[in-house]
Write a protein that binds this ligand. Structure first.
Ligand code: AMP
Length: 399
């Protein structure tokens, strides 16, 4: 068959990330190119690499380039690069599917409007995700679009795991519940476990997605049971610039004691807390690990402490543990953080293999470790491509 392509978009407030996947057999997707336009609204820059990782575009863009212009630039590049090829679909990462969207969905104008109702639940991400869908409707009129939600994988949690213990009527009216995020990453990891780590695939697994955003997911037999993130992506473990769990009383105090506005507090919670807030230096784990500053060290200690504490809580939910998976920027690349988290989990039966961990082997625990630990690179884009291909009928049905 002729090659078929899908475009995968992850549109944020200051960046547009994209990947192009190709299939020639209708059975699997192969990455063809991956890139981003970062610095939207400040100093935008286009960067694209091919499947071998070689740079095929790298240029500064006009300062005026915002989200819509970024899509114009991408469409123009696509038309040149893939002249004559038919784009079969566009798959989007959409952060919030609320209670209604429990799986990926083909988006029409009505669905788009419905998804806009969820903007208050994710004000910093949802509008950009949806604006990208609208912009694609305008530019590629006949190309079908699929929305894949970061919340969907968690929509099988027990009611007790979803509760937010505020007045019932307020929660009902405002949709306050523990939705959970990073679902596409957890779903991808769960989907590859049978091949990569078959001995734990049907067991009790904690996946630690440790990147600039970080959360842990408790998985039993491939399904999400609970996770550390909650109503918004602020809750749970400490992140690059977000605090993770904080006493709500401390937030009230910001309003009462410092006279800060809602916008000020939102900015503190999303952009100035977590590793950056503690260290006062950076949200980048690499810099903090390399720093001799005592607050940088404290920030790393707090990160490891909270990840370990959350892991203990999720083990209680699972009633035991068979495996741990590390993924995302920190989880995939920092042997030190993995070592420290594994050492803190010695009581659970995790026995790290120092050499395997340094080499970033797939399995990083000793053969006699009661609980195995693994490093598995996440691939949210591929997960979106798979959903998009399935929904659009681009993949042959497997027998
Ligand atoms: P992500 O959000 O998954 O792209 O992860 C980004 C984060 O990964 C960055 O903020 C870095 O702090 C972290 N990171 C990437 N490489 C390393 C490394 N070699 N050691 C420690 N942290 C790293």
């Amino acid at each position: 068959m002729a090659a078929e392509f899908v475009l995968i978009l992850n549109a944020g407030s200051s960046s547009l990330k994209f990947s192009i996947f190709e299939t020639t057999d209708g059975e699997s997707w192969k990455l063809d190119a991956k890139g981003s336009i970062e610095g939207l609204g400040s100093s935008p820059r286009l960067s694209i690499k091919n499947s071998a990782g070689s740079q095929i575009a790298d240029q500064d863009l006009d300062r005026q380039v915002g989200g819509r212009e970024a899509l114009d630039i991408l469409s123009e590049w696509l038309r040149k690069q893939y002249a004559g090829a038919q784009l079969q679909g566009v798959g989007h990462r959409v952060v919030h599917g609320g209670d209604r969207y429990r799986r990926p969905v083909l988006v029409d104008h009505e669905t788009l409007e419905d998804l806009r109702r969820l903007i208050p639940l994710a004000p910093l991400h949802q509008p950009h995700n949806l604006n990208a869908i609208e912009a694609v409707f305008e530019r590629f009129r006949c190309v079908p679009q699929v929305a894949c939600f970061d919340t969907s994988f968690h929509r099988v949690h027990a009611p007790v795991a979803e509760l937010i213990p505020l007045p019932w009527e307020i929660c009902e009216r405002m949709g306050l519940r523990r939705y959970g995020f990073h679902g596409l990453s957890f779903e991808y990891i769960s989907s590859v476990l049978p091949k990569v780590a078959p001995e734990i695939a049907r067991g009790r697994v904690i996946v630690a997605h440790l990147g600039n955003g970080a959360s842990l997911c408790a998985i039993r037999n491939g399904k999400s049971v609970d996770c550390s993130s909650s109503y918004t992506a602020l809750d749970g473990v400490c992140m690059g610039t977000r605090p993770g769990a904080v006493d709500p009383g401390a937030i009230l105090r910001l309003f009462q004691g410092c006279g800060l506005s809602v916008a000020d507090v939102e900015c503190i919670l999303y952009e100035k807390s977590g590793l950056l807030g503690i260290s006062g230096i950076s949200n980048d784990m690499r810099l903090l690990l390399a720093s001799k500053d005592s607050r940088a060290a404290l920030a790393v200690d707090y990160f490891v402490y909270q990840v370990s504490k959350q892991m203990g809580a999720l083990v209680a939910v699972l009633g035991g543990l068979d495996g741990v998976v590390f993924t995302a920027g920190v989880g995939e690349n920092s042997a030190e953080i993995r070592r420290r988290v594994c050492e803190a989990a010695t009581w659970l039966g995790v026995k790290i293999d120092a050499d395997a961990n340094e080499r970033r082997a797939s399995r990083i625990t000793t053969a006699d470790s009661k609980v195995s630990a693994w490093v598995i690179p996440t691939n949210e884009e591929l997960m979106i491509a798979l959903h998009t291909g399935q929904l659009l009928g681009l993949m042959h049905a497997k027998a």
